[in-house]
Design a protein. Structure first.
Length: 506
């Protein structure tokens, strides 16, 4: 029998150890996410928009506005905004927002951030999404920001809802080398970056002073696992808690496992094949038309997606203003495709087809099928699936002749890649006409729905005629996770870990 004094010490130690374990578990809860690609750089003002960027940046950064799961613009770092005249917007900023480095946000930080994005000396791949619309940004009070637009822009709050327009601390950014910022960012989001190991993982730590309250999960480890099978195996083995980009053939398999589940969400994004209109055999619009007509989209949707994706019939998506639900789906007509190739004088010239091998859900299976469909109409296809880095380099360098790509939107055609993206790096592949640009600018500025509708339908007619890309299907995202996790998938690929939006269920 233990002596009274020793028994007291023993019980005290036991109680402390139990309490300590519980406290440690509460303080050190970790969510491990398996993801298919990495962003490469963590400075949102200098990178192009991407699916992976939307996933990662939303954990680290906040911006003036955000969209909810229904696509409605909501306050974020701005609590209110008003259009005081045709070209002036005044935003009231949230008080007491603390950046990851302990600095408190002011309107000067917000003005600096947007000016850096739109007018900064460093090249910005995201600039084209904002520069055509924003003329000036200035702090007009401690928590008041005034943005002047180049022309009336009723959609400015929606444009600013992307983490590419993140608000960052001016003093930190100005004191930090640009290259260092690519791996050591500071934002105002729910998590701060603790460690970046290129090609392996990103480690995030809870921002305890987050303005919405501290997130439930203390640490987030984002592991790079490009191969779908490996990512799924890691989830099944308990090495990760949550994975993105599940292939549709595994949805039923994972859903059937007692400890796992799959969440599905159609996203504001669609897959396409884009063509180089300036070089190679795709310079001829008849060849581009033939390539589009050779794709059996319904067969791809059924055989490779189990009917879980919607075949595209328009250049805009359901829910977007101007979408035409009555348009037929893009045609499959291999005989007409062969006639167009003959008309174009196609004589077997090689078509380099260089899609990504692992970036998109089911991407390589889709491009395998498309390559075969093109060969079936007599195209000599030089098919070379690329790893994500090589594909991105080739795409940004203007070297593709044909590749797989996705286009996104924030829910209005004025923010749709079809309208905006040719001012970015994709302008190397297709130059819209002056008519296209005039229609787009007028539609973006107009408050008249009839004018906007007419203009966007006219843009669709121009794209029909020029065919710089061939739409395939609306994207659907499949996530799988261990049972007990509660969250709401977002139509813009966000992984939202904020208080009230995500529960680990430990």
């Amino acid at each position: 029998m233990l002596k009274p004094s020793l028994r007291f010490v023993f019980l005290l130690c036991l109680a402390l150890s139990i309490f300590g374990i519980a406290a440690a578990q509460d303080a050190e809860t970790t969510l491990t996410i398996g993801i298919n690609a990495e962003v490469g750089a963590y400075d949102p003002h200098s990178v192009p928009g991407s699916i992976i960027g939307n996933r990662i940046f939303h954990m680290i950064f906040d911006q003036l506005t955000r969209t909810d799961s229904q696509g409605v613009v909501q306050p974020m770092l701005a609590t209110a905004w008003e259009q005081t005249d045709e070209t002036t917007w005044v935003f009231t900023l949230r008080e007491g927002v603390v950046f990851h480095n302990g600095e408190t946000m002011t309107a000067e930080d917000a003005a600096f951030s947007l000016n850096r994005l739109v007018f900064g000396e460093q090249e910005s791949a995201a600039r084209s999404l904002f520069a055509p619309f924003i003329a000036a940004v200035e702090a007009t009070g401690d928590l008041e920001l005034t943005i002047t637009t180049n022309a009336p822009d009723p959609l400015l709050p929606l444009r600013l809802s992307t983490p590419l327009s993140a608000i960052v601390p001016q003093a930190y950014v100005e004191a930090t080398d640009f290259e260092a910022l690519q791996t050591a960012p500071v934002g105002a989001g729910p998590y701060r970056v603790e460690e970046v190991i290129a090609g392996d993982r990103l480690v995030l730590v809870r921002h305890d002073d987050y303005w919405m309250g501290a997130p439930e999960v203390a640490q987030v480890i984002v592991r790079l696992i490009p191969e779908t099978a490996t990512r799924v195996a890691a989830l099944q083995a308990g090495e990760v808690d949550f994975i993105t980009t599940v292939s549709p053939d595994l949805v039923d398999v994972l859903d059937a496992e007692e400890a796992l589940r799959v969440d599905t969400v159609p996203v504001y994004n669609f897959m396409l094949i884009y063509f180089n209109t300036n070089m190679g055999v795709t310079q001829d619009v008849r060849v581009r038309q033939a390539l589009s007509l050779a794709i059996d989209r319904e067969a791809i949707a059924e055989a490779l997606w189990g009917g879980r994706v919607r075949v595209m019939n328009d250049y805009f998506l359901p829910g977007e203003f101007g979408f035409d639900a009555d348009r037929p789906i893009f045609a499959y007509d291999p005989e007409r495709a062969q006639a167009l190739l003959a008309e174009a004088g196609y004589a077997g010239e090689e078509l380099p087809f260089t899609p990504p091998s692992a970036y998109y859900t089911n991407g390589q299976l889709v491009t395998d099928a498309i390559a075969e469909m093109w060969e079936a109409i007599g195209i000599t296809v030089a098919y070379e699936p690329l790893d994500t880095a090589a594909w991105a380099d080739r795409s940004l360098g203007g070297q593709n002749v044909a590749t797989l790509q996705s286009f996104g939107t924030s829910g209005d055609p004025a923010t749709n890649s079809v309208v905006q993206t040719w001012a970015s790096w994709l302008g190397q592949y297709y130059t819209p006409s002056d008519e296209f640009n005039t229609l787009a600018a007028e539609a973006a500025q107009s408050l008249d729905p009839e004018v906007r509708l007419a203009n966007y339908r006219a843009i669709a007619d121009i794209v029909d005629a020029d065919l710089p890309f061939a739409p395939l299907y609306q994207s659907v995202e499949f996530y799988s996770m261990r049972d007990g996790i509660t969250w709401t998938p977002h139509q813009e690929f966000y992984i939202d870990l904020r208080p009230g939006a995500f529960s680990l269920g430990m």
